[in-house]
Design a protein around this ligand. Structure first.
Ligand code: GYE
Length: 322
């Protein structure tokens, strides 16, 4: 082989390798699939509804489902994925608790030839990409959710000056980052409002209550609470009531998810709005996985459309809530 041909051949092989590095692992068509669902925690109704949605889908979608619970630890979630890889799963559904610590799990599944779908939360797009490291992200537009809460607040707050306390979700998680950004940017457009404190309640009811108790002492003049999820909103309502405040009358509480307790709080007049964030991912996961097995190219973000629940419609939807 002359030198020129050798260089050309080497370039072609290099190109092939580069293309291979980006090609996602395929999913063979089979009668049954061994499916991994690595849940992050089970400390709230949203998480429990999501896990149940995967379990309920298993029979209809011919899955042998392996579901784990990382009990709120990103390190355990990575270890759970390791163990699923060792058990030879065909496909992985992963809700990454935080944006960065779950990157190794995504990369390891990729290296093991297992197609991975991120569900409900995403990872840092600078560290892992849809269409390269994982197939797709299935979930809501969190920036838009935060923006919609802010817009509803701007339209419905009756006072002259809105003093806002924000209860953030899990630090470093995609919904906490994006729900904050969407809300903060939209509320900044109206000079009536000021965010006086913004602190994490880890998406948990009890921590939301504790953080609200502390923040109430520092900011007794608060009249709006924006919580990144319903569980923290309910915790905040408990703290407000304990302090003798009247949620719904002297404090407007606004939030995201659409849980049964939140819809009930809206019906009871204690909460103003919750923008939906659906936990029912099982049927969507089945559909997208089957499209992928059929050889279809999957869009990098399979976006879930969210409704909005207020006094106008909460009673119509409480029976379907979780
Ligand atoms: O809002 C919250 C849960 O990742 C979209 O996480 C999800 C969020 C949801 O714990 O309740």
């Amino acid at each position: 082989m002359n030198r020129r041909l050798l260089v050309l051949t080497a370039a072609a092989v290099g190109l092939g390798a580069a293309t291979m590095a980006f090609a996602l692992p395929p999913l063979e068509k089979k009668d049954r699939y061994k499916v991994g669902f690595a849940q992050m925690e089970s400390n709230n109704p949203w998480r429990i509804a999501e896990t149940k949605s995967f379990q309920d889908t298993a029979a209809a979608c011919n899955w042998d489902l392996i579901a784990t619970d990382a009990a709120g630890s990103a390190a355990k979630q990575v270890a759970d994925v390791d163990s699923m890889i060792a058990q030879g799963i065909d496909v992985l559904f992963l809700p990454p608790r935080e944006e960065k610590p779950l990157i190794p799990a995504v990369k390891k599944a990729r290296a093991a030839g297992i197609p991975t779908f991120l569900v409900d939360r995403s990872v840092d797009p600078n560290a892992a990409k849809a269409g390269e490291d994982f197939v797709a992200f299935l979930g809501s537009d969190f920036i838009d959710q935060g923006r919609r809460v802010a817009e509803w607040t701007i339209e419905n707050f009756a006072g002259d000056k809105g003093i806002i306390v924000q209860l953030e979700g899990t630090t470093g998680s995609s919904p906490a980052n994006d729900r904050k950004k969407g809300f903060d940017d939209a509320i900044a457009a109206d000079p009536r409002f000021e965010i006086v404190a913004s602190q994490t309640g880890d998406f948990a009811r009890d921590l939301g209550r504790q953080v609200m108790e502390t923040l109430l002492q520092a900011h007794p003049d608060v009249n709006i609470v924006y919580a990144h999820n319903d569980e923290m909103a309910i915790g905040a309502i408990q703290a407000l009531e304990l302090a003798g405040r009247k949620p719904g009358e002297d404090v407007l509480v606004v939030s995201i998810d659409g849980t049964r307790d939140a819809l009930q709080a809206i019906i009871d007049g204690k909460m103003g709005v919750t923008v939906e964030s659906s936990p029912f991912f099982g049927p969507l996961a089945c559909e997208v996985m089957n499209r992928y097995a059929d050889g279809e190219k999957i869009e990098p973000w399979v976006q879930v459309q969210d409704r909005i629940f207020t006094q106008d419609n909460a009673a119509d939807h409480i029976d379907e809530a979780y």
